[in-house]
Design a protein. Sequence first.
Length: 159
Amino acid sequence: MSIEKVRAYFTQLGLQDRILEFDVSSATVELAAQALGVEAKRIAKTLSFLTPDGCILIVAAGDAKVDNKKYKALFGTKAKMLAHDDVPEYIGHAVGGVCPFAVKPGVKVYLDESLRRFETVFPACGSSNSAIELTITELERYSNFTSWVDACKDWQEEG
């Protein structure tokens, strides 16, 4: 199971006790927010894409949507999400539990600017009923991210 890979990863870091597991599904942003009792925008959803250079993950706030123009400007190709059945093979986690931890070699992780407005966020931990609360600094450290990107829209709060 994918959560076991994530648990082993966090055990090496001494953080395994921070993984939260639920009796209910947390497979979507809405379900995760309900399970955690937090606003949906604080769920750090991990989106998987196929590029000519391989698979990438973009971790974004729960209320953000990928902006196709921004994505193409950043990655030089049209945004093409991985097919549902291909996600485990390419990433190492199934849909509903995709996260930036313990992914397959060669998968690049990008963190979207939409996350920076929060002190802590809740990414999944490899299963459809798990999460971990991390500060943005911890997310940077433990996701082994490549860089911050501005690839999303519809999340900016009115001012």
